[in-house]
Design a binder for this molecule. Sequence first.
Ligand code: AKG
Length: 248
Amino acid sequence: MTAWPPPPGSPAEQFATTGAAVLGRVLDDDQLATARAAFAELLPSGTTGGYATIVHDGWRRAPALAALVPVVGRAAAAAVGVPALVLFHEHLLWKPPGGEDMAWHQDYSYLPLDRPDGCTLWIALDDCDAANGCIYYQLATHTTGEYRAAWGIWEDDDPRAALPALPLGERDLGVPAPTAAGHAIAHHTLTFHRSPANRSDRPRRAWALSFVSPDARWWPRHAPHPRSAVAPRAAGDPLEADLPRAAR
Ligand SMILES: O=C(O)CCC(=O)C(=O)O
């Protein structure tokens, strides 16, 4: 399946068949302005690498952002076709002009959880296209299982190290998913995706939210995580009660 957008159908049908669903507009003009303003305030506290400046879990420090989570989470739950989801973590990404590639990966590789159920809700905060590094997908890869994390494996006994490498070659460029500001895509946590360098002269901002099943349990050995680094979790621990819930 190589074309974007995915074949027409409800977001839940697209999500089930291709592992990615076009959700259209999820932030109106005021909400988009609110998200951008909150991001601008949080940006100085972000972590900057060659790829982008990333602000982790801004909702905990920006009430205006926290107030938007249930709003956008409703669209995510509809896409996944479930009554409710929990926000496990989110990050704001500021990819400057010249910001580098993010390689092919599966988001589940970075979730310290016992199941890949749920989705990443990726919201464009600027118009995103091939020039400024929109998301690219390998569609219908969400049913092919988990592969070795493309980066971030530090321990030899990391369970992810034993997994096969992503079955992708140099020529597997994927399909670009241009997305207008305020619009969103929900992709499965196992769907292969990447985002190339920002070759434009304008910044590219996005908000990526990991919504997971309320039944998910911590599995800290699956992936290192800022929260379990600070307050160790045991395998089987439930999700924290303070995490935002989103219901359809
Ligand atoms: O916004 C992007 O460039 C990609 C984000 C992404 O894939 C991620 O955060 O896992």
